[in-house]
Design a protein around this ligand. Structure first.
Ligand code: FAD
Length: 345
């Protein structure tokens, strides 16, 4: 995501004081706003309150009324809704143009985008177009008490250290933020806000890409960051077959299967299932860790879960320090018992 700018562009001075407000890109898939966007509204609200500015959600697509109202109830002071058939499905060029034009017109101080596949494509394009920087894949955002700048923290050097990055001379300060790390905004039926409907048009030939058809991969990547329940397995499974047992438990609970890096490195399960610093950060309602010791890099990806249940045969395993419920025992005895008990519910 590194952006290389021409020297003269870097030199070009902007008046930072002209830029006000916090913006969140409200990403939709099939008409549904993603959880990460609601998380960013939660974080954006905090930042906007500290900076004493307004929080704006930017929503692009078709038939946006319902979602625009929902975003207000999640705490957006303003929603900019850009309704156009060419925005119904994400394309890099259409979305980049619309958002860059909006930024140039309204000058937000901060722009937050979820670090999803789409966000990771869109963020750098927009930042280059409006000639600012972007910190990709942030896991923490804070406001510097002294100068009000956004402190953007992200893992660096393969997750071995955390780097805090500031954007001193350009605006907006842009970040993509990992799903699952921020707390979701609270829904409040009584929230009021302003919904601004924007018209856009595209000149003939302006858009170079068109989505003809969306073909879902047969083996869809697991949506760990959206799952309310995750059953994760680690090296303690001792064998890839152990995941079949975890899958049964996940199916019964309506959840998905996650894994530690050790299990992924063993080749027992694909990397898309990995939870942790170099995997996905998750914040489900229920996280069950079976045969996972609780290394710091694993905890970094799951310790904000609402309820953590650990199953481990070593009573001293560090996972028990973050667990709400701990079961000391052999997972191959405990999980079949859990399954049986669930059958009788
Ligand atoms: P182990 O630490 O070997 O633990 C296995 C556990 O299973 C033990 O506690 C044992 O008591 C228990 N056990 C064994 N048999 C049974 C049984 N029958 N029933 C119940 N319990 C049993 N790790 C991640 O998970 N995610 C990451 O994103 C990640 N990123 C990393 C990034 C870097 C830069 C580095 C250096 C490391 C990273 N790691 C990551 C690796 C991490 O340090 C640990 O090595 C890893 O999490 C250990 O996985 P584990 O808990 O499955 O295995």
């Amino acid at each position: 995501d590194a952006i290389v700018m021409e020297e003269e562009e870097v030199e070009q001075k902007i008046n930072i004081e002209d830029y006000k407000g916090v913006w969140v890109f409200a990403e939709q898939r099939g008409g549904e706003v993603l959880n990460v966007s609601i998380e960013l509204l939660g974080e954006g609200r905090k930042i906007a309150d500290i900076r004493n500015v307004e929080l704006t959600a930017v929503l692009l697509g078709e038939n946006l009324d319902e979602n625009a109202e929902m975003l207000v109830k999640y705490g957006a002071d303003n929603v900019i809704a850009v309704d156009n058939e060419k925005l119904a499905v994400y394309t890099t060029d259409a979305y980049t143009k619309v958002i860059a034009d909006l930024i140039n017109e309204k000058k937000p101080e901060i722009m937050l985008i979820g670090a999803t596949t789409i966000g990771r494509d869109l963020g750098p394009r927009v930042s280059a177009r409006v000639k600012t920087g972007l910190t990709a894949d942030c896991t923490r955002l804070e406001i510097d008490e002294e100068d009000g700048k956004l402190l953007q923290t992200r893992p660096a050097f393969g997750g071995n250290l955390m780097a805090t990055i500031v954007c001193p001379n350009h605006r907006p300060q842009m970040s993509t933020v990992r799903p699952g790390v921020m707390e979701k905004a609270k829904f409040n039926e009584n929230n009021v806000g302003n919904i601004e409907k924007k018209e856009v048009s595209f000149a003939d030939g302006e858009l170079k890409t068109e989505v003809v058809e969306i073909v879902k991969s047969e083996k869809a990547a697991v949506a760990l960051d959206e799952a309310p329940i995750i059953v994760s397995g680690g090296r303690g499974l001792t064998d890839g077959k152990g995941f079949e047992l975890l899958e049964k438990l996940a199916d019964k609970l309506g959840g998905v299967v996650g894994a530690s890096r050790a299990a992924v490195d063993e080749g027992w399960i694909e990397h898309s299932h990995q939870v942790g610093q170099t995997g996905t950060t998750v914040r489900p309602k229920l996280y069950i860790a079976a045969g996972i010791s609780g290394a710091i890099q694993h905890l970094a990806g799951m310790q904000s879960s609402d309820c953590i249940v650990a199953i481990n045969k070593n009573a001293d395993a560090p996972i028990f320090k973050v667990a709400d419920y701990g079961i000391v025992g052999d997972l191959y005895e405990v999980i079949p018992q859990l399954l049986e008990a669930l059958d009788n519910v």
